[in-house]
Design a protein around this ligand. Structure first.
Ligand code: NDP
Length: 309
């Protein structure tokens, strides 16, 4: 009989690693699978100033490395590789990695996070790193005294615009409507910033480039249909995130935006399968709230195992 694990955690962002710390301290010997972006979205940020316990702030990668070490200290087992399939139709559950390896487990904690959405413009992917970015905190530094455009009208777009204004000479926000979606506080902050200007009712329709990278963005006014070309050095996406749930097929209930639906905080529609962090959180998307839900998932998994052994 193949080895059946107590708990497999998929994803190594703050929620997954917190779940690993808690389940390993509960002697469940969890296995955590790193996925495509070990450490999650925080590894692409610079300074994290709002995670409690670090009065001077801490870099995103360092915070994640600390969490990883803390989970390792209590005998969490780590595995690299991407999960391509999870058969949750019968117990024990079967997790399949890209390498073909299969793992049997009594409980699963899904903490696969969410990835930034792209517009799907021609050349967009090819220009990543050459003017196109979905992470202002990672790449903003390269746009000192340059002109950048940010697309989106929510908190992400405005936060990116604010961050970019520290470096860039001018930040234009391209928004498809005449009203921002972002919170009032964020709007006040952004609209007061002399470096930030919103271009209303407009969408990008083409990215223009030469051998060195992005040179301009062609936009269209959605009310008049008028098109114009705007010179730009950077094009930042701020149009939201897509939860990483593709490997689950239709087994787990999702909401309309694709986030995993949970009840009792972290329980999915399948008993023994829990979800935590950004993959089930369309609202807060903070490292600390992700870590909190990782703790909840671990405690629920522990109780589930106690009740079903
Ligand atoms: P949102 O869904 O709130 O906003 C996405 C924005 O992008 C909207 O303005 C939307 O336009 C626009 N958009 C979406 N698709 C397209 C498209 N194809 N073309 C053009 N524009 C498009 O996502 P966010 O990532 O901004 O925020 C998600 C959640 O995370 C929110 O709850 C937010 O409050 C939270 N958050 C909080 C932060 C903080 O407090 N510091 C920071 C970042 C996020 P439209 O408005 O027309 O729909």
């Amino acid at each position: 009989m193949a080895n059946i694990r107590n708990c497999v955690i998929i994803g190594t962002g703050p929620s997954g690693l917190t779940a690993a710390i808690y389940t390993s301290r509960a002697n469940l010997n969890p296995l955590i699978i790193a996925g495509l972006q070990p450490g999650g979205q925080l590894t692409t940020t610079t300074e994290v100033e709002n995670f409690p316990g670090f009065p001077e702030g801490i870099s995103g990668p360092e915070l994640m490395e600390n969490m990883r070490k803390q989970a390792a200290r209590f005998n969490t087992e780590f595995k690299d590789g991407r999960v391509v399939n999870a058969d949750l139709s019968k117990k024990p559950f079967t997790i399949t990695l890209e390498s073909g390896e299969t793992i049997l487990t009594k409980t699963v904690i899904i903490s696969t996070g969410a990835s930034a959405k792209y517009m799907g413009l021609k050349n967009e992917q090819a220009l990543i790193g050459k003017g196109v970015s979905a992470c202002a905190t990672c790449d903003g530094f390269f746009y000192r005294n340059k002109i950048v455009h940010v697309v989106g009208g929510g908190d992400t777009a405005l936060e990116e615009a604010g961050f970019l204004s520290k470096f860039a000479s001018k930040v234009y926000i391209l928004h498809r409507r005449g009203e921002l979606r972002a919170s009032k506080a964020m709007q006040d902050h952004a609209l007061k910033n002399p470096k930030i200007e919103v271009i209303w009712n407009s969408v990008p329709i083409e990215l223009l480039s030469d051998n060195s990278g992005l040179t301009a963005v062609k936009i269209q006014n959605v009310l008049t249909g008028e098109e114009s070309i705007r010179k730009t050095d950077g094009f930042f996406l701020g149009i939201g995130h897509t939860p990483n749930t593709h490997f689950l097929g239709k087994q787990i209930e999702l909401d309309q935006q694709g986030f995993i639906k949970t009840h009792n905080d972290v329980e999915t529609n399948i008993e023994g399968v829990f979800a935590c962090g950004d993959v089930q959180d369309p609202t807060y998307r903070q490292a600390i709230s992700a870590a909190g839900s990782g703790c909840q998932a671990a405690i629920r998994a522990e109780r589930f195992l106690a009740e079903h052994s």
